[in-house]
Design a protein around this ligand. Sequence first.
Ligand code: NAD
Ligand code: UFG
Length: 343
Amino acid sequence: MTKKVLVTGGSGYIGSHTVIELQKSGYEPLIIDNLSNSDERMLGLIARISGQKPLFERIDLCDRKGLMDFFSRHRDIAGIIHFAALKAVGESVAEPVRYYHNNITGLLYLLEAMQEHDINRLVFSSSCTVYGQPEQLPVTEDAPVQQAVSPYGNTKQIAEEIIHDSSQQSKLRAISLRYFNPIGAHESGLIGELPLGVPNNLIPYITQTAIGKRKELRVWGKDYNTPDGTCIRDYIHVSDLAQAHLIALERLMKGENEKPHEYFNLGTGEGYSVLEAIQAFEKVSGVKLNWAFYDRRPGDVEKVYADTTLANLKLGWKAEKGLDEMMASAWKWEKNLAAGILD
Ligand code: NAD
Ligand code: UFG
């Protein structure tokens, strides 16, 4: 079987880490990305880690012709890992049409191209956002999908449905991976998350505050129904997450999937509060963080963490890296960025 794997959004945060895992396992990743939220220099850094620069083409998934053209030039693609999407929750509220167009049209064109070129294996980036605030924790895959609180979240729900319907009527075999909170960076410190502008997410905000790029970390809310009053999340190391994509793809390649479309939670199963995350960061970095409490952020769920039994049993995958390792790698990456690794 061919070893070519198309990675859409492969120069982005999770995509770049997955490209490394694919290369390590002897696959030939082909990257399509429009660079709307990533930097082409990431490819050179990938090559520094793996010794191989992956094939890269700057293509927008919503450019149907460009996409079709790509598939006519690249034959024998064994499967696709589809990361490419816009992902900023707040921005999606302000610009819903752009989000629906990018994330849904991009997926539809990809599925059309797959059908046309008889490529039948798809691993899709979904999110625990589909569960909203679950009634039972840890949350399992059969917990009800709840009304999305943002257009971004809705694009994940709609995309899962599109993939599901399509898999019932065609040769498509798909796995939707519902990520909890991916954080951290490659152990080399050579690749990591590259937020454009002011970060929305906790960990890049912490590391940017620690390095002096931001004055103060604002902790959103201290009166949640949790032991210390701050929200609880299931943080997962991006390299563990990347590994799961490879395993999911291989499950499809070996025909081990039990249904045309499967869903798996990807988390550690452990919930940590915002304050615990700050403490872990301070411990591993030795930096005292400047932070203060502010009002709750609208739309935040109080607590969510994964039941990962299904991924453990069916994929044979388990997250290995703990919170300290996640924080240490995120900090190494931030320091490398400050030292000019991209210059
Ligand atoms: P990212 O922004 O770093 O990577 C996404 C990549 O897709 C970027 O390089 C961007 O330039 C590219 N892209 C976006 N739209 C495109 C288009 N129309 N055509 C071509 N390329 C396009 O984000 P990430 O954190 O690596 O996330 C990857 C996937 O995982 C996304 O689908 C995201 O929604 C999903 N996800 C992320 C998180 C998270 O917290 N990071 C959580 C759950 C799910
Ligand atoms: N937080 C702060 N201060 C900040 C940033 C975040 O206190 O500056 C808190 C948030 O209130 C939340 C926790 O840190 O309690 C984690 O927030 P993130 O923004 O890092 O992550 P979210 O869980 O809110 O969002 C993530 C993904 C989204 C996805 C969502 C689904 O980033 O893409 O999970 O729940 F939609």
